[in-house]
Ligand binder design. Structure first.
Ligand code: NAD
Length: 358
């Protein structure tokens, strides 16, 4: 069965709509930038209310991946795929096999890996159809496997950096973690081991129960966690959680988390700045996972990943120093830094002073 794929260009992005009704597959791949290398970003498997919501999510996530990969110094462009989670029963293997055929048809400008809703097992199913997928189970000290622990480590190191910068002992800190999935739960373990007090929340009661059985945590409702009386708010669920409404009620001094696209709009960075809340740009803090994916793509080992993830706080320090020196929100500074890296790479592409056409 050949999937149906249609492509369009919009604002410099190449957008592929794909469908294979027999496999219950439908979704979107967005190639945002190829200036630094193949457009790389996770595959999200999620419920969407409508096609417009799915498209805007994919486009914002793909742009975020371009910035994240550029800031992490990786030889990768930015892209993202989203697959609509079918209503009712479906054959998961058939669905991811069909997605693999889509990647194969597109031909390597986009490289997939896990994201929310997908697993290394799904990526193995995809790999049987195409080489253009990573995040496969790791073997013999090589990089690979679930990127989440690396993402959690990078976020933890950024929290530690922000605490040190503001003379707040991590062991005395109170942290609210929103979302107890692959990254959030692992982050909680690291924070607990460092002596932090944890307030947590998840929309899935089983996720809360699992963590509660493991660690001493205080639980808050998903509607209130953003307003918890804590030092640090760590969004590790979905995007858009920092908006006009939530920012007005926030009591944390610092926001450092794993979720992609935490700011609902660009103005929300200024809102946080005006309230004196330090927002660590998500794509700087959460690069650990893609660093692991890149190492798998490049054939590096786990030790290389560990060293690269340990350098994330140095990049954060650079962003925060520049933000302090210019009194600008760190998100604005980080966006500008990433755009510069991409523009420099695009200018070096032979035969054009601009990015290679998508
Ligand atoms: P996951 O699917 O394992 O976990 C997400 C958790 O958030 C789930 O338990 C879900 O129930 C919960 N959740 C959803 N909406 C919520 C809400 N409103 N309030 C509280 N909890 C809610 O996903 P993950 O892999 O842990 O990723 C978490 C976030 O980090 C995502 O935004 C993802 O894009 C981002 N991220 C993940 C990685 C990675 O390596 N996994 C890398 C970079 C960024």
């Amino acid at each position: 069965m050949t999937p149906r794929i249609t492509a369009q260009h919009e604002d410099g992005q190449r957008i592929f709509h794909f469908a294979d009704p027999e496999a219950s597959l439908s979704g979107i791949i967005v190639v945002d930038s190829l200036a630094l290398g193949p457009a790389t970003g996770g595959c999200r498997f999620w419920h969407y209310d409508d096609g417009a919501a799915m498209l805007s999510d994919a486009r914002r996530l793909a742009r975020g991946m371009s910035y994240k990969n550029a800031m992490a110094g990786l030889p990768l462009g930015g892209g993202k795929s989203v697959i609509r989670r079918p209503e009712g029963a479906f054959d998961r293997t058939a669905l991811f096999q069909a997605f693999g055929r889509v990647l194969q048809e597109i031909g390597g400008d986009y490289l997939a890996a896990e994201d929310v809703g997908t697993t290394p097992g799904d990526m193995e199913v995809v790999r049987a159809q195409t080489p253009f997928v990573f995040g496969l189970p790791a073997h013999g000290g090589r990089a690979g496997g679930d990127p989440s622990p690396w993402t959690a480590l990078g976020v933890f190191l950024c929290i530690a950096h922000v605490c040190a910068r503001h003379a707040l002992p991590l062991s005395e800190s109170r942290v609210a973690v929103q979302g107890l999935g692959h990254v959030g739960a692992d982050l909680c373990r690291r924070l607990h081991a460092a002596g932090a007090t944890l307030i947590v929340s998840d929309v899935q009661t089983e996720a809360v129960a699992r963590l509660r059985a493991e660690l001493p945590v205080q639980v808050m409702s998903p509607d209130e966690i953003h307003a918890a009386d804590v030092d640090i708010f760590a969004p590790c669920a979905l995007g858009g959680v920092l908006n006009q409404e939530t920012i007005a009620h926030m009591r944390a001094r610092f926001i450092v988390g794993a979720a992609n696209n935490q700011l609902s709009t660009a103005e929300d960075a200024a809102r946080l700045h005006a309230r004196g809340i330090l927002f660590v740009p998500d794509f700087v803090a959460n690069a650990g996972g893609i660093i692991n994916v890149a190492a798998e793509y490049l054939g590096h080992d786990e030790d290389t990943v560990r060293k690269a993830v340990a350098r994330i706080p140095d990049r954060l320090a650079d962003v925060l120093d520049r933000a302090d020196a210019t009194a600008r929100p760190p998100a604005e500074v980080a966006d500008a830094m990433a755009r510069d890296v991409i523009a420099d790479a695009a200018a070096r592409i032979p035969g054009s002073g601009r990015q290679r056409p998508l």
